[in-house]
Design a protein around this ligand. Structure first.
Ligand code: NAD
Ligand code: UDP
Length: 340
């Protein structure tokens, strides 16, 4: 086992939702951490909150990962062992409106990172992929062998292309890459000091639920109750963001300990449990004692009926498994909402 305290991890998008929780876990585990974030979808105060939780300070650069010169300077100043690349735009709807913006930000940032990892003898890269690469899987749960379905949005397309680019570049290169396909990340840190900061009216279910219960929004609309599921509403695999953060540490360890079996690996990161929208609503009300006003509406175009993960590969090879349950996810999101 290597001594992790000597290892430096550069985290792009490290002030974002998943990035900030991962930076906390890395610091607590003893890694040196460098955060690069241009604050396009995050706030500076998250940096102070990270320090407050971890009682350690990462190095911070407010830079755009698409700016190759700025990024080169950072790699000149620090010997980086592993890069975790979170920085990307992530709104499916916005990507349909502004596809070019998504290709530019998500792919140019990735190409820059790959070049710098290759030029600077970095041991490996951990890439944020998504269950969206599966589209609507024919067979459930989705395994890593489940084929990609042609993406319906530029966002999904950047994740599919991202994985393909990584596979090609690592096959002739000297570094390793692990792509983690996240299912539905929700929840917040147990301290309620960091969590998701959606801008404007949220698109995702959890922030919509907590903001409605808080009275910021009038009513939740359930997008369709005529799906072929137990109660007619869509099924998703919700995963606590702290469990997800820990999956990144498992991936870093695998790279640093030189345990990767191939140059480019992929892992599903979910709980394996499928939960319907109505089940979320009931569990939210039971956990928080708040009444959640909701109505049944039309299906949302592009929504898959059911998506949940087979994460047994991650359990076997990354030695990672989700430990937090739906109640933990709801309690922590609600506690976080109450600080906003
Ligand atoms: P987020 O928007 O909260 O975090 C992304 C961070 O990256 C933000 O702090 C933003 O300011 C920064 N950023 C964006 N472009 C940048 C650039 N060019 N240079 C520097 N910083 C930049 O998103 P998140 O939910 O934490 O997602 C992190 C990653 O995980 C993304 O790649 C996203 O696509 C992926 N992902 C997210 C989800 C989800 O539901 N949240 C699901 C699957 C995959
Ligand atoms: N959903 C809903 N009402 C909302 C937001 C989401 O019914 O206001 C449903 C949506 O149809 C999906 C699930 O909740 O079945 C999760 O949606 P989210 O946008 O959070 O994640 P994704 O679609 O990416 O799985």
């Amino acid at each position: 086992m290597m001594n992790m305290t000597e290892k430096t991890v550069l985290v792009t998008g490290g002030l974002g939702y998943i990035g900030s929780h991962t930076v906390v876990e890395l610091l607590v585990a003893g890694y040196q951490v460098i955060v690069v974030d241009n604050l396009s979808n995050s706030e500076r105060f998250i940096f102070d909150r990270i320090i407050k939780i971890a009682q350690k300070e990462p190095v911070f650069y407010q830079d755009d990962v698409c700016d190759l010169a700025a990024m080169s300077n950072i790699f000149k100043k620090h010997q980086v062992d592993v890069v975790i690349h979170f920085a990307a735009f992530k709104s499916v709807g916005e990507s349909v409106e502004k596809p070019l913006l998504y290709y530019q930000n998500n792919l140019i940032s990735l190409l820059n990172i790959l070049q710098l990892v290759q030029e600077n003898s970095v041991e490996g890269l951990v890439f944020s992929s998504s269950a969206t690469v599966y589209g609507e899987p024919d067979v459930l749960p989705a395994t890593e062998e489940t084929p990609f379905i042609k993406a319906l949005s530029a966002y999904g397309s950047t994740k599919q292309m991202g994985e393909e680019i990584i596979e090609m570049v690592t096959s002739s290169g000297v570094f390793k890459a692990i792509s983690l396909r996240y299912f539905n990340p929700v929840g917040a840190h147990e301290t309620a000091l960091i969590g998701e900061l959606p801008k404007g009216i949220p698109n995702n279910l959890f922030p919509y639920v907590t903001q409605t219960a808080k009275g910021k929004l009038a009513m939740l609309t359930v997008f369709g109750d005529d799906y072929n599921t137990v109660d007619g509403t869509c099924v998703r695999d919700y995963i606590h963001v702290v469990d997800l953060a820990k999956a990144h540490l498992a991936a870093c360890r695998r790279i640093i300990n030189q345990e990767c079996q191939s140059a480019s690996e992929v892992y599903n990161i979910g709980t394996g449990n499928g939960t319907t929208v109505l089940e979320i609503i009931k569990q939210f009300e039971a956990t928080t004692d708040k009444l959640l006003p909701y109505k049944i509406g039309a299906r949302r175009p592009g929504d898959a009926e059911a998506v949940y993960a087979d994460s047994s590969k991650a359990e076997k090879e990354l030695l990672w498994k989700a430990t937090l349950n739906l109640k933990d996810m709801i309690q922590s999101s609600w506690a976080w909402e109450n600080t906003l």
